[in-house]
Design a protein around this ligand. Structure first.
Ligand SMILES: *Cc1c(COP(=O)(O)O)cnc(C)c1O
Length: 388
């Protein structure tokens, strides 16, 4: 048995994509976002994702695009503009490219005159990251592309907020419509505004033909849940309802029922089991003091395994039970308070099964996607496939 390892279930990826496609048939294309080394799952997942129904991938960098090209013949879309010097390489790999401002578009068109690319115009509706911010320039960009050897394959934007009772979501939609008012969206094959949460939490925008999917493909539901039945919940619900009607907010869809299965599991073995007496200290800084006699397990994982150094109530799973991580997290080791049922050969699950990504993320101080990326990158990955 290895010390620490990530298991990636390819059949989960395939099934998740199928479920997304079946539940959202009104989108012509679901663009699979595989930046960050496929959210830590590794580039070889591309094949399973395609089998599930992904025909277009999105990555951040040229390096990622070229690595992905070795694994798939599917469309690859870059989310960030390529360096002008890289245009020949991008052409060779058949990449679909974004254009996000006028100066770049001009430089691109003069350098890429000998090629024929599929291009997507990126619109900035309030994120203030990449993208055009003027409707005149967007209209002009469409004309410039239509008069070039390239084709306008898409237009897109990325939401800064999820629109769960926030006015800024609606404001961003309003800006998109205003910024593209001089453009015939019907003539552009892929119009994509949403990523996972905005797609599931709101009705489809009439002109959207595609959505970009990250976390959901990897098996994590990002749908908002409804409040419970308590008095406070009722009050919150009433407040939200008032807010929605007062500001005419887009409807929020809660408790979306789509069956997703996390593809990643992170496990390790136990290095040593030992007894500690009440009053003894455990770990760096002697920061933890045993409040009672206890049994602890020393694990071969720490922040070097991409799990972060914070310990805000972390737990691990051994067999069917959850146990608390105690003391500081070291570079390559940490301690867990266990009981007599734990044996030296037991598998310890740090992420997966009962340890949800939400639990992991809250207790480690890492974001959801951040946790996946950093665990996947820092550990050996083993692939399994229960083909269905
Ligand atoms: C990462 C990313 C996504 C995917 O977001 P999820 O929340 O994981 O679905 C979509 N669009 C863009 C531009 C991104 O950078």
């Amino acid at each position: 048995m290895r010390d620490a390892y990530v298991t990636v279930d390819l059949s989960a990826l395939r099934d998740n994509v199928r479920a997304i496609r079946e539940n959202y048939p009104e989108y012509r294309t679901i663009i699979g976002v595989v930046k960050g080394d496929t959210y830590g799952h590794g580039v070889r997942c591309a094949e399973a994702l395609c089998e599930g129904g992904i025909d277009t991938f999105a990555v951040s960098t040229m390096d990622e695009a070229l690595r992905l090209r070795e694994h798939t013949g599917a469309d690859i879309f870059l989310l960030e503009p390529v360096r002008i010097d890289d245009i020949p390489v991008a052409a060779d790999a058949g990449l679909i490219l974004p254009v996000s401002d006028m100066d770049y578009l001009k430089a691109f068109l003069s350098a890429a005159a000998g090629y024929s690319f599929r291009l997507h115009i990126q619109v900035d509706c309030g994120f203030n990251r990449l993208g055009f911010k003027s409707s005149d320039e967007i209209e002009q960009a469409v004309h410039m592309i239509n008069d070039s050897p390239h084709t306008l394959d898409g237009i897109y934007q990325h939401f800064a907020t999820a629109g769960i009772n926030d006015r800024y979501y609606d404001e961003q939609i309003r800006r998109f419509e205003e910024l593209t008012s001089g453009v015939s969206l019907d003539d552009i094959p892929l119009v994509h505004l949403c990523s996972g949460v905005t797609m599931v939490a709101h009705p489809k925008l009439p002109y959207a033909t595609a959505a970009r999917m990250g976390l959901m493909m990897y098996g994590y539901s990002v749908a908002p849940t409804s409040y419970g039945r308590g008095v406070k919940d009722k009050l919150r619900e009433a407040r939200d309802r008032y807010y929605r009607s007062r500001y005419k907010l887009t409807e929020t869809i809660t408790d979306v029922s789509i069956e997703l299965r996390p593809a990643m599991r992170f496990s390790c073995r136990i290095l040593q089991l030992k007894n500690v007496s009440k009053g003894e200290h455990i770990g760096y800084g002697a920061a933890y003091t045993a409040g009672e006699d206890m049994r602890i397990a020393i694990l071969p994982v720490g922040y070097n395994n991409g799990i972060g150094h914070a310990n805000r109530g972390r737990q691990v799973q051994i067999k069917d039970k959850l146990y608390s991580v105690i003391g500081a997290i070291g570079m390559n080791m940490m301690a867990v308070k266990v009981d007599d049922t734990v044996g030296i050969d037991d598998e310890v699950i740090l992420l997966g099964d009962k340890i949800t990504l939400g639990m992991f993320s809250r207790s480690s101080g890492l974001g959801l996607a951040e946790a996946l990326v950093s665990i996947g990158r820092s550990n050996e990955r083993i692939y399994k496939d229960q083909r269905s």
